[in-house]
Design a protein around this ligand. Sequence first.
Ligand code: SF4
Length: 657
Amino acid sequence: MTDTTTRPYRGKVLWVDLESGACREEIIPEEVYRQYLSGLGLAAYLLYRDLPPGVDALGPANILGFVSGLLTGTGSLFTGRWMAVAKSPLTGTWGESNCGGRLSPAIKQCGYDGIFFTGSSPEPVLLVVDADGPRLEPAGDLWGCDTIETETALLARYAGGPKPAVACIGPAGERQSLISGISHDFGRFAARAGLGAVMGSKRLKALVLAGARPIAAADPATIKRLSKRCSRYYLTSWPLPPARFLPYLGTLVSKFPLGFPLDGLIEVAVFKRWGTAGTYGMAVEWGDAPIKNWAGSNEDYPIKMARGVDPEQIFQQEERKYFCYSCPLGCGGICKYGPEGREIHKPEYETLMAFGGLQLNNDLETLFEINDRLNRAGMDSISAGGTIAFAMECYEKGLLTEADTGGLALRWGDAQVALTLVEQMIAREGFGALLADGVKRAAAQLGERAAEAAIHAGGQELAFHDPRLDPGFALHASVEPNPGRHTAGAQVYYEMYRLWTRCPELPRPKLLYRKRSKYTSSPEMAAQAVAASCYTQLYNAAGLCMFGAFLGVDRLPVFEWLNAALGWELPPEAYMQIGKRIQTLRQLFNLREGVDPTALRANPRVLGIPPLREGANKGRTIALDQMIRDYYAAIGWDPETGVPLPETVQALGLREK
Ligand code: SF4
């Protein structure tokens, strides 16, 4: 039995029935933490146990959860991520979304590992947890307010005690846009899977968490020592070329005849200086960034265009760096924006690419404006940008005319049109109403020919990392129980995670390899992909930021932190088995929902069908079917159906329901 005063988890969750207003605590047995850790693992356990199969994702029976990471608050680094979970209304599958900021420690400081909502409230409400305990309060006055107005009002209303952490939805979530997300800390987002719509359907405007309980760990001295040792990897200032040279570096890498594994130290150094925007020009040139709705290439968006989205210019607008809780890196940035000099989060790579290269736009000023509008409304910029790029292609092909768009000419590169469409999507007005639920729904209304331009996996718009450069993005987006996620895994992530340094049976990537060897499948690649999946689930249970994970497990001591926090002595392989258990349970969740895993595949275009005729990814096609079969076999699922094999289910101690 773990000593309750030294364990890093709380051992209980809060259930809130939005129908009756009743709040109830549930003690979670220690065995559950041993099987799933906390965070995403605990959420998967509870939703699989309690969510009735086949519920309407926007109906009262859906369960919406907010979970903290197991390592959050223990003194470990990069471990302040929280996750929202529910059945996704966008994909009809397991749904999850990950975010930083301060909410993860706030959940624990309130005394819980997670907060779960059932039912739906007749009137708008917010959950408050403070020294007086948990309760629902009316939020009718906030309904209709954007995310910034809501958070500002709530911080003022609940000032006086410990500073609250707020998570809320904006008008997009209230209107149940299937591409709406949940905002925290004035513009950090759990944006994916349409979970803002679930919150809106429950008429839950916000959570206000103002606890002050300390968070413990079994061996804080060891955690501190490990954290100190790790600091040299992110504190070192690596020499970086000026931002204007970065695209040329991308060109060089794309022309080099051989491939080589990427060391996460480089990625982390770029993020430390410029944030994720730092990779923009490089990504275009080496083929990571999809151009013109995935049908174009860097030839259509050459360096002189991509330079318009200049990381250095964004960096110059930064007032200060933004750090999530326990993060020493600070990839975020706060900028002054607009005539009143309002503070906003700077746009991230995904937003810049969604409305930049994907739409052949390079107007940085409008990209800032679009970023701000989407953040205020609480709409996912990846999905919104992907859906507008789809509409632009349909217009170009004559599948849409100005008679359909209310007079708008949806021309590539027209930033003002993109901004107008964003406004319409948020308001669900005009032509924007057709786009407000994402690309799959929009294509369904435009007929068969539109489907080829609708880029998604399982209904979720793909983020902007091209599988024709790294096929792992297509594989993971297609096998992931929450389909379409770029954070679920990739070949390059496996390289950066450096798992073979702790799990010697895992393959070590070759120092140099022929580029075309990436595009076929092999048992070794399948083993790498499964390891990347299991590690992702593990660190989502721990609350780790993916960018921290890029440092590699030999530099960022995740396994050692877990043992020190928990007082356990498990080998890395045992933790990886926990990751596999979480991955398999989420797959069982989908099967119980009647989801066919093989139907969650990424769109053929992103696989190189047909192949691109020019640019960095010219002529590449990916053997995705074989990769999926090999992945399923390697993780212990049926290679043809994706159904976990009985022996796998048994070995993981799972039970099908
Ligand atoms: S690296 Fe960036 S996203 Fe990750 S925890 Fe730090 S600030 Fe947050």
